[in-house]
Each structure stands twice: as C-alpha cells, then as structure tokens.
Write a protein that binds this ligand. Structure first.
Ligand SMILES: Nc1ncnc2c1ncn2[C@@H]1O[C@H](COP(=O)(O)OP(=O)(O)OP(=O)(O)O)[C@@H](O)[C@H]1O
Ligand SMILES: [Mg+2]
Length: 507
C-alpha cells in the first residue's frame, strides 16, 4: 500500500453541484482520490453516490464546480473521453454486449488494427485479451460469449476492459451485490492487486463490513452533500452509520415473536429438471421462513415455480390446506400470493412509468369503476405504501427510471405489498437497500408477519437470514440440504449446508 499521508491526489472534485428536473442530487461536493488507494463511497439510497461517479465518468455534466485530474482542470463531455484519460467505471447496471465474446467486449470501441489496411487485428485482439485475463489471474477463454457468464465473470471482463484502457482510476458501483462470498473474495483479491500496482479505486457498497475490509479511506454523502472522509483504521462502523443517517441504529433485526398460525403454504417434492429436485416444506401464517444458500442454488427457481412463472414439472402445492395448481402469476395473485423478484430492473418495474403507476399496476382493476380508474384512490394508496417504505423522490409522479437504485427496489416492494397478499415471497428483499431503510424493511416484514402474513424470504446475507427467520431452509445445487429452527441455526451450520455438506458429509 502506498503511504497515505503524503500522496498527491490523482483526482479532485471541487464544489460539484448537479440537479435534475426538480431534484438536487449533489450540492457543493468536494472529494479527493489518491493514487494507490481504495476509497469507499458510502451513503443512503439516493444520497448521490451514483450521480457523483457519473460526473467523474463523463456521463453527467456538473452544473457547478470543477474536476482536477493529475493536477489539471479537465471536463469530460462524454464517457469515452473519461475512459481515454484512464477513468474506467463498472456500473450498477451491466453494460456489456451479450452476443459478443469476451475479447470483443474488452476491446469494444478500441480494437487493435493492422498497420496499413486499418482492419481489425483479430490475432492481436485475442492474444491481448488473454494477456489481460492472465494478468488478473482469471481463468476465462476470450472467445466465450458474454451471454451465460455469471455476474462475477462479467465483472471480471469489465475489469479487464478497464485495464485495456490503462485505467488509472477504477470506479465500481455496488459490484458485490449479486456475488457469492467466494466471488467477493476473488473480486477483493483483484481489487487489492490493482491498488498495489498504483490504481486508484472508488468502491460503492451498502455492506459496511465490505468497506471496512477493503477500503483505505471512506467518504460519506448524505442528501447530496459531503459529510466527511475518514481513514478506515481510525473510524468505527457506528460512526460511519451516524455520518450516513444522522443517528445511530441499534436493533437491525427486530423480528418479533409471533405465535405460529395455520398452514398457509405446503409444497411436497417439487421438482423442475435442471433447476431443483424434491423440495418439500411448510410455511405457516405469522411465520418467516428463510431460504438460504449460495447464488445459483435454485432458490429463485423454487419461488418462480410457486408463483406460476415457470411451474414445476412434478410435485404438489397446498394453500391453506387445499391442494391447488398454479399455472400463471395471475392465478397465484388471485390466490393471495405475491412475489417480489430479486431483479428489480428486468422483472419488477416498468421504468418509463411513474411511481404511482408502478405501485398500483397489479391492483389497477380494483380502482376501476365502469371502465374508469379512480385516480384519487390510486394516488392515495400509492402514497401510503411509498411512505411506509420511505421512497425518496421528488413526487409520486416521478418516473421510476429517475430514482436511485435503492429507491427503485423500494418501489418494487411497495407494489407487491399493496396487493395485501396472504403469502409473500421476497427474493433478496434488501439487496441494494441502505442500512437505515433495511431496518425499516425488516420492521415492516416483522409487523406483516404479526398481522398473519406468511413470508418466504430468500436471502444470501447470513445476518439477515439469522436475524429475521423463524425457521431456515438451506439449498445447495437444487436440493434442500438443511433445515434449522431459529434457536438451532448458526452461521457455520448454514454455510456448511449451503456448500453441500450435510452434517459433515459432502453430498
Ligand atoms: N436521471 C435522473 N433524473 C432525475 N433524477 C435523478 C436522475 N438520476 C438520479 N436522480 C436523483 O438523484 C438523487 C441521487 O441519486 P443517486 O442515483 O446518485 O443515488 P445513490 O446514492 O447512488 O443511491 P442508491 O444507493 O440507491 O444507488 C436521487 O434523488 C435520484 O432520484
Ligand atoms: Mg446508486
């Protein structure tokens, strides 16, 4: 690690402001980044983190303030200019081309060319791609198509692409949110390797423990303003949380004890070839059943089968003690089941529509009278759920596309809660949600269970599973490998089952 105290900043932002129609996203923010440091950028949903890095990356132009890069005042009219200066960004949403292969993605827009003909030098492109992947210690073939690669591998391709531009600044916006613990470790290894070679890195995450493990310094934004910068070694998580939310948070996981009610959902030997096998469990009203496991264990597929998106091939389902067939999401909804998917952008939201329109979409019919929608009732209902989930926006009329990532996630939750389901399936309910709102979502889940709702919660975060679940089911490669009560469960037992060990024996 480079000595922090006397290192000249490679990048400085001075008094940056940026507003969008009706929203002041950044107000007078200053920030500096040193060579050879990993700098975590933290803050609540909508604090302005993504906007700040998009200003650095040339996606947004600041309304005021200046950017100083390697001692000179610069402006980046577009992302390519920033890249050519050596500033590379890995965004919250994927930006690669699924039908091109790895090498083509790495060299998109700057392919090596042959001297005279100026045609693409394919041979050089593939050998260079190979060299970059090797330098990172990544075992991928440059001729593999992007489609079908895991999120983790796609990120590795993005990092290789950044290196191909000789990036001196690498920015990563929530890179770990969809990775397994092993993949996170691998990403951290590579990030440290780049830091030690002198690259300056900005890292955004909602997981505080990641910032504390990885970063040399931490900067906090709140409501578009700069709050402060600290050396990680000289600050505690509590202090950082106070900087982020302006208060301390005590009980992050407040699941109340609720008497277990009647059986709400029972599945027996549910099987879908290639996805999951022989999955059986029972869920009672008032209960939160946690479904733990690694990314790719088949948990979302089970949820999608129960919700009728892609029904199972075999097995039986009972609702409130009565056997049912669920062939489509419409049928599932009409039976009182709601499913909040993990992928808010692709499955959960219609981005060009407003917050109100998104929240009321599944229940619009209930506002219709003789073909007319009662707009006042629609507005007030959307308003109620947006308030309960603390959706931060200029107004309910704002298009969901313009919301910060975490606030989009809250709208997805609001939309399904508004259907007042009897059975609620939540897939990674707090992914991308900040610590303060996370506590609010957990409190809401707990009170919904107390009102008699039955909740099936898929989560890859062990503290969330352990804190919120009355009972825990663990899956590995499509099969249930463990079941624990709240009292029995430990981090260790769950990790063992999630990696295919059943009572010490590998299956
Ligand atoms: N294109 C846009 N149009 C209008 N408002 C926007 C746009 N982009 C961002 N905003 C607003 O700017 C504010 C800051 O958003 P930003 O995406 O920077 O937050 P963030 O800190 O990255 O949050 P998260 O943790 O949820 O990703 C939010 O209020 C958001 O609604
Ligand atoms: Mg963001």
């Amino acid at each position: 690690m480079v000595d922090q105290t006397d290192t000249e900043p490679i990048l400085q932002l001075r008094n940056i402001s940026k507003s969008f129609a009706g929203v002041q996203a950044l107000i007078d923010v200053s920030f500096d980044l040193r060579r050879g440091e990993i700098h975590a950028l933290l803050g609540e949903n909508g604090a302005g983190k993504s906007t700040l890095i998009k200003v650095i990356a040339g996606v947004h132009q600041p309304d005021a303030g200046e950017i100083i890069f390697q001692g000179e005042r610069v402006s980046f009219p577009n992302p390519l200019t920033a890249l050519q200066h050596g500033i590379a960004t890995i965004y919250q949403e994927p930006t690669l081309f699924p039908d091109l292969d790895i090498a083509e993605n790495i060299f998109m827009g700057h392919q090596p060319v042959l001297p005279v003909t100026r045609r693409i030098d394919w041979h050089k492109m593939y050998s260079e791609a190979e060299r970059l992947l090797n330098a990172l210690g990544i075992d991928l073939n440059p001729r593999t198509k992007l489609r079908g690669l895991s999120v983790a591998d796609q990120q590795m391709v993005e990092i290789a692409k950044a290196l191909s531009f000789n990036a001196r600044v690498l920015i990563m916006d929530e890179p770990t949110s969809a990775l397994t613990p092993q993949e996170v470790a691998e990403l951290f290894r590579i990030t440290r390797q780049l830091r030690d070679a002198g690259t300056a890195i900005i890292f955004i995450s909602h997981r505080l423990e990641e910032a504390f493990e990885l970063a040399d310094r931490i900067t906090v934004l709140r409501d578009g303003r700069y709050v402060g910068t600290r050396l990680t070694s000289e600050v505690t998580p509590d202090e950082i949380i106070r900087m982020m939310v302006g208060r301390t948070l005590e009980d992050l996981f407040p699941k109340q004890e609720v008497p277990r009610g009647e059986s709400a959902l029972r599945v027996e030997r549910l099987t879908k070839a290639g996805a999951f096998y022989d999955v059986s469990f029972e869920l009672h009203s008032g209960e939160i059943l946690g479904l733990a496991g690694l990314v790719g264990a088949g948990r979302s597929e089970v949820a999608r089968a129960i919700f009728g998106v892609e029904p199972a091939d075999q097995g039986r389902i009972w609702l409130n003690g009565r056997e049912v067939q669920i062939r489509s999401p419409q049928e599932a909804l009409s039976m009182g089941i709601a499913y909040v998917p993990e992928d808010r952008q692709q499955q959960g939201l219609i981005l060009p529509m407003t917050i109100t329109q998104n929240i009321t979409l599944p229940i619009l019919q209930s506002f219709a009278r003789a073909g007319w929608v009662d707009r006042d009732r629609e507005e007030s209902l959307a308003g109620e759920y947006a308030r309960r989930l603390d959706v931060r926006a200029a107004g309910l009329w704002q298009r969901v596309r313009e919301l910060s990532g975490g606030n989009q996630q809250k709208v997805v939750l609001a939309k399904w809660l508004a259907t007042r389901p009897h059975i609620l399936i939540l897939d990674e309910p707090t992914r991308g949600i900040d610590v303060g709102t996370k506590a609010a979502v957990h409190e809401l889940m707990s009170s919904l269970a107390a009102e008699g709702m039955a909740i099936l919660m898929i989560s890859s975060e062990l503290p969330e599973i352990l804190g919120m679940s009355d009972r825990i089911l663990v899956m590995y490669e499509g099969r249930v490998t463990g079941e624990f009560t709240r009292a029995e469960a430990t981090q260790e037992k769950i990790m063992m089952a999630a990696t295919g060990h059943v009572q010490g024996v590998r299956v």
